[in-house]
Write a protein that binds this ligand. Sequence first.
Ligand code: GLN
Length: 305
Amino acid sequence: MSAVLEQFLQGLDAEIRAAGDWGEVAAYIPELARVDPAQFGIAIALPGGGMVAAGQSGQRFSIQSVSKVFSLACVLGRIGEQIWTRVGREPSGRRFDSILSLEDERGRPRNPFINAGALVTTDELLAGRVPKEALAEILGFLRAAAEDGDIHIDKAVAGSEAETGYRNVALANYLKSFGNLRNPPEITLGTYFHQCAIEMSCVQLARAGRVIAGLAGAPAMLSPVKARRISALMMMCGHYDGSGDFAFRVGLPGKSGVGGGILLVAPGRASVAIWSPGLNGYGNSQMGTYAAERLARETGWSVFG
Ligand code: GLN
């Protein structure tokens, strides 16, 4: 199986590079705007510890919103179901940084993967702790899940977003006005920007995702019910207003980030990390989405059979 998969990935890598249809890098975070869009990497962790990879699978990139999956896992471990009093579980049908539905929903974000929802999750992780401790928990989770201590925060990316993240500042203040932010907005925002600035390679991210995919041999860090629920949220909300299209094309739970990363979960079968920094109109990786679609078709891993 690995040899066939490896050959498929090599072909996919060559095809994507030849097509050259990369999309646009995220320009609103200056440090990400400098990244060359013409890059691609993919890594697939298999049950029992196998790993198949192609392209720039060892190159570190800014995981951005993919971090929201892991901050949610940490919060579920801390307070469990209580988090759902502060954030919903419904797709938003809007851009990741939209403020519109917050007004309708009176400050309770529709899900933990849009920015407003992730700010609430991070705010919860800060309960009774300083930002360094909350960030250490997220990093600790990722390092333990990946069984790799060499995972860090890129401070330049965090600083760059802090300088220009006016929309997130607006969202945090808005949440605060509805009483759904416990910490001062600047504290929650600073923690959130640092969490988004964690950098990982595809190989590291695929290894970390094993705990959500529930792969045999993965560290026992998430109960099956939590992994199932996180996967359901990834399917419904992981690609924002592009989630329906992603489910239609790929049929697997996935979470994207504006750094161009996608974590894809085939429950029990594989944890896949894909990276290509050029984005499509939804703010999701253009070639990453294409690669996910091709992989799902090739392997038959879609959860819909
Ligand atoms: N740090 C980014 C932001 O808040 C994350 C967004 C994303 O990856 N979609 O805008």
